[in-house]
Design a protein around this ligand. Structure first.
Ligand code: SAM
Length: 245
């Protein structure tokens, strides 16, 4: 069954950036997954379709009201159940959450459904967490003005891992983090650009030598740029050899 992704957002139009372009756009058009957007304004009762209010206790900014979010989350849950997904992970995009990384992306890519909540203003009324089992996920230690970009970052990274999403299924396997290393450098035509030459091994046609060169480059880059990735990774004898060379 294809995964169903639901996003609660005050700015559904922003998601054309995900649905209209590139790998994610093609995956959605080809029916590899579904995206449904829910605007909390549709779940308000007043003439102004109010979705925010001032925080109790004072302080700057506004907060998203509990009720429209509660109702929108419940509607998304009901829609997922109707599509045959009884249990789905619910994620509030938040700078206070677990940091999104490759392991979490792979985990989420196996889910039959996801409900994402994009916050705005100073965030959401805390009682929404008591009404729904929301996990918090952050895309990094900085604060954005809304959860839409983080939700799109999460969905884009997840969709790449759906079977059939990438033209060449192997390309995700060779991307950074897939095998615990950063990706190696790449070159395309021309062979000589302004006197800058492509490493000769890549033109040699010797596949074993090319694979070994790429692995050595990936190891070297990882060691230089992200030594933390090597700390928890058991090196194969070949990798150890290449690092020692
Ligand atoms: N007052 C909140 C705090 O300090 O934790 C920040 C609110 S932020 C201005 C508005 C919304 O943007 C948040 O509710 C959240 O949905 C989203 N957001 C901001 N930074 C984020 C990040 N690093 N990762 C995920 N979501 C983020």
């Amino acid at each position: 069954m294809k995964p169903h992704y639901h996003v609660i957002t005050l700015f559904p139009e922003m998601f054309t950036a995900l649905s209209g372009f590139g790998v994610s756009g093609r995956a959605l058009r080809n029916g590899l997954c579904d995206l449904k957007l829910w605007d909390p304004r549709e779940f308000t009762q007043d003439a102004y379709r109010t979705v925010d209010d001032r925080p109790f206790g004072g302080g700057p900014g506004m907060l998203m009201l509990a009720e429209p979010l509660d109702l929108a989350l419940t509607a998304a849950k009901t829609a997922l159940r109707a599509a045959g997904v009884d249990q789905s992970r619910m994620v509030y995009l938040s700078p206070q959450g677990r940091r999104l990384d490759h392991a979490l992306v792979l985990e989420l890519a196996t889910e039959p459904g996801l409900i994402l909540l994009a916050g705005r203003y100073e965030g959401i009324d805390e009682r929404v967490f008591q009404r729904h089992p929301l996990e918090e996920v952050s895309i990094g230690d900085y604060v954005l003005s809304g959860g839409e970009l983080p939700a799109m970052v999460l969905l884009d990274s997840v969709i790449r891992h759906l079977p059939g999403a990438l033209g060449d299924a192997d390309s995700a396997k060779e991307d950074s983090f897939a095998d615990g290393l950063l990706d190696c450098p790449h070159y395309t035509r021309p062979e000589d650009y302004q006197g800058l030459k492509v490493p000769p091994v890549l033109l040699s046609g010797n596949h074993a030598a090319i694979r070994r060169w790429r692995l050595k480059q990936a190891l070297g880059r990882t060691w230089q740029r992200r030594p933390d990735l090597l700390q928890d990774r058991r090196l194969s004898p070949e990798e150890q050899d290449l690092l020692d060379e």
